[in-house]
Design a protein around this ligand. Structure first.
Ligand SMILES: [Zn+2]
Length: 105
């Protein structure tokens, strides 16, 4: 297993996870709920982490994530169904998988 992504905001990790799943790369969470157990400010060791099971998935996984997060100059968009805020790079809502609405493109 290899660590491909970690961030203090679990929404970022959730988005990255969705991207990998869409690409057919199986990834798992570690520390998903750690921060709520120890308080507001989590030490980095308790950040949610995304791991790939297959070492051969590491390179494509990091490439997908780097590409996605490189477009951060675009505005975030709000899901019309569940009202969650999504990162601009994501084509599907991280929460309910609804497609990005045309108005947000
Ligand atoms: Zn949604």
């Amino acid at each position: 297993m290899k660590l491909v992504y970690t961030h203090e905001n679990r929404l970022f990790v959730a988005n990255a996870h969705n991207l990998l799943e869409q690409a057919g790369i199986h990834a798992i969470w570690k520390n998903e709920f750690a921060s709520s157990a120890i308080g507001e400010v989590a030490p980095i060791s308790a950040w949610p982490e995304l791991w790939v099971l297959e070492d051969t998935d590491y390179e494509p996984a990091t490439e997908i994530i780097r590409t996605a997060f490189a477009t951060n100059n675009l505005p975030e968009w709000v899901c019309t169904q569940c009202k969650e805020i999504n990162e601009p790079a994501f084509e599907l809502c991280w929460n309910c998988q609804l497609e990005k609405p045309e108005s947000a493109l």
